[in-house]
Ligand binder design. Structure first.
Ligand SMILES: [Zn+2]
Length: 265
């Protein structure tokens, strides 16, 4: 169910019946020159909607504010300053909780969000909320990964690659410009190799200054349809596991009761 398509009474019933809201997190950023800027949020939201048809949940409207500072050197990138971004994300989660959801799944559709979401997950212990936050760390089952490995033609990627280009071909084929796929694969330039393994903000740019990681020439609609099925099936299973989970909410209640004890409240 899509939040924005429900009437108010339908929404109230959906909250009671499912208890779970799924927020797909994408961004607006360059994807080489052959995929649309909205690739991550378009694909993420589509997969969330398909998953919620298989395992009922309410899908939050398309959301595309995330960490994508490393693409600000390209036209069309859209993001918010770090403090505002965290406030917006927290505000969105709180508003979902205010509407009665006790469980929220944050489905990340953008690799560059991973540290941000890790911090957001940890921030759940800052103060007690009426909801629990769940962030899946996989996009498909290990068996699904084997199925994908068996048909993929390239062994590397990460951005606008065979995998991601196929996903857009499998969801929004009219938005893919296969004739604009670069002739040369996007391989890491390794410009930080002189350092021991290091994290800096510029690391992605140091490897991929054209925002292309992989080789999309072998992407296809058929591969995309398989990926969409594997990823939406997995997310549906994940939503079912979240619905059944009683442990995380109980542990959070226990944790915050001890926090109160410490402060003598
Ligand atoms: Zn992407």
């Amino acid at each position: 169910m899509r939040w924005e398509e429900l009437t108010a009474p339908e929404f109230a019933a959906a909250v009671r019946e499912t208890g779970v809201c799924v927020v797909a997190l994408g961004v607006i950023e360059r994807h080489s020159d052959h995929l649309p800027l909205g690739t991550d949020y378009l694909v993420g939201h589509k997969i969330a909607c398909l998953a919620a048809e298989k395992e009922p949940a309410v899908v939050f409207p398309p959301f595309y504010f995330g960490q994508i500072y490393e693409a600000r050197c390209f036209p069309g990138t859209l993001t918010l300053k770090p403090t505002l971004l965290l406030e917006v994300l927290q505000g969105v989660l709180d508003e979902i909780g205010r509407n009665g959801f006790r469980k929220i799944v944050l489905y990340n559709a953008h690799g560059g969000n991973s540290y941000l979401l890790g911090f957001l997950a940890q921030s759940a212990l800052w103060e007690e909320k009426p909801y629990s936050l769940y962030i899946p760390l996989r996009r498909m089952t290990p068996e699904g990964e084997k199925e994908w490995e068996a048909i993929r033609d390239t062994s590397f990627g990460g951005h606008a690659c065979e995998w991601e280009t196929s996903l857009v071909l499998g969801t929004y084929p009219h938005l893919v410009k296969m004739e604009r796929v670069p002739e040369a694969p996007g391989v890491p330039l390794k410009r930080m190799e002189h350092l021991p393994p290091t994290l800096t903000g510029i690391w992605w740019y140091s490897d991929y200054p054209e925002h292309y990681a992989g080789d999309a020439r072998s992407a296809s609609v058929g591969k995309g349809e398989l990926l969409v099925r594997l990823e939406s099936d997995y997310l549906a299973q994940y939503i079912a596991a979240v619905k059944a989970d009683q442990v995380v909410p109980a542990l959070e209640r226990e944790f915050f009761a001890r926090v109160k004890q410490v402060s003598g409240a």
